[in-house]
Design a protein around this ligand. Structure first.
Ligand SMILES: C[S@@+](CC[C@H](N)C(=O)[O-])C[C@H]1O[C@@H](n2cnc3c(N)ncnc32)[C@H](O)[C@@H]1O
Length: 351
């Protein structure tokens, strides 16, 4: 009886998060329409077939998430892992931040960053208010709200979608089965606040983890979350994914979640090239990002609305991009991909 009860608890938790996310977006859109109509986005109509397809996809995601925990890819406790109290205490700040977001939308301002930011430290494509968020990626305030905002955006499915990289990652590392697990290095590129590293830590408790991101504020937040775990703290490094400060062939696995759609095409290719460079031959890259028009045409209206509602300057280009071809151009072999709700997961190896 224990297993069905836990599965029911997991399903209920996810349904609850989904309802909260939907309710939050509905109320905040209405408020924007009433208080800041000039900033309100014009969205495309969503056909009922798309909602049905999404609901079915949502249920499949939860089933896979549960089954892979049962298979022992990661502990079932990970399905319930979230900083609930912190999120609850930060939720009012998400609301308090909305008027500033509306103002930027009204003024069509997308370069409203802290004056303390030294712009020459960053590539120009990065110096923007992605998702219209306050300070872009460049403040502790932004880092403190990011995870919660992503949870709301994806109706509570961000972590289940991120977890889809764990199975290909664990399986890919079997290429190094003759080595002690403590000698395997796994790099998470654009780790942000470290949610993916936290999940990898649960699946690979012995591995040496490294996280890289351009934002020192997001890395500080990652450090706070990750230092709560009893295991060894991952190494957190500030740097550009296009030219990473790691030696050639120094990693056995590389992961990268939700970065590709935030890069112009050339930077996208540069990041994939550099992932290939830092991997040891036999190593695996697992990449997760938004689904695209070619693999998920039924979700076209959702992709279109995402772009209209949030400042995502490279998303339109990304959803038509050929990531398989980019991986091959970088040197990867055995490229394969599958979709999980709104996320596509590519696995590729360096031979
Ligand atoms: C949408 S967030 C994804 C964060 C995290 N992977 C997750 O799953 O939530 C994009 C992240 O990419 C980082 N980023 C953007 N461009 C980068 C680059 N060229 N090199 C390294 N990090 C970058 C940002 O600072 C931000 O933390």
């Amino acid at each position: 009886m224990a297993v069905p009860l836990t599965r029911l608890a997991y399903q209920t938790l996810q349904q609850g998060k989904s309802l909260m996310g939907l309710a939050h977006k509905e109320v905040s859109l209405r408020l924007m329409g009433a208080l800041a109509p000039e900033g309100a986005p014009s969205t495309v109509a969503v056909p009922p077939e798309m909602l049905q397809a999404m609901q079915a996809s949502f249920q499949r995601l939860l089933d896979v998430d549960w089954e892979e925990a049962e298979q022992g890819i990661y502990p079932a406790s990970l399905l319930f892992d979230a900083p609930w109290l912190e999120w609850a205490s930060r939720y009012p700040l998400v609301w308090l931040d909305l008027p500033a977001t509306w103002n930027r939308r009204k003024q069509r301002r997308v370069d409203d960053l802290p004056t303390t930011v030294n712009r020459s430290d960053y590539p120009s494509y990065y110096l923007q208010n992605f998702h219209h968020q306050t300070d872009g990626y460049l403040s502790d305030h932004s880092a403190s709200l990011y995870d919660l905002q992503v949870e709301i955006l994806f109706n509570g499915t961000a972590d289940p979608m991120r977890r889809r990289l764990l199975k290909p990652l664990v399986w890919g590392l079997r290429a190094f089965a003759d080595r002690p697990a403590s000698q395997l290095r796994v790099l998470d590129v654009a780790t942000g606040t470290g949610r993916t590293l936290r999940q990898i830590r649960a699946a690979l408790p012995q591995a040496r983890l490294v996280g890289l991101d351009l934002s020192s504020a997001y890395l500080r937040q990652a450090n706070r979350w990750l230092s709560q775990l009893p295991s060894e703290l991952p190494q957190l490094v500030q740097g550009n994914g296009e030219a990473m400060p790691f030696a050639d062939a120094s990693m056995q696995a590389v992961t990268c979640v939700f970065l590709m759609h935030e890069l112009p095409a050339e930077a996208r290719q540069n990041v994939l090239n550099d992932c290939w460079r830092v991997l040891e031959p036999g190593g695996v890259l697992v990449l997760a990002d938004s689904v695209q028009l070619a693999d998920s045409p039924q979700f076209r209206p959702a992709m279109e609305n995402f772009r209209r509602m949030f400042h995502e300057p490279y998303y339109r280009d990304y959803i038509s991009d050929d990531i398989d071809a980019r991986l091959t151009a970088a040197g990867f072999k055995a490229v394969r991909a599958e979709s999980h709700l709104m996320t596509r997961v590519w696995t590729a190896t360096k031979s």
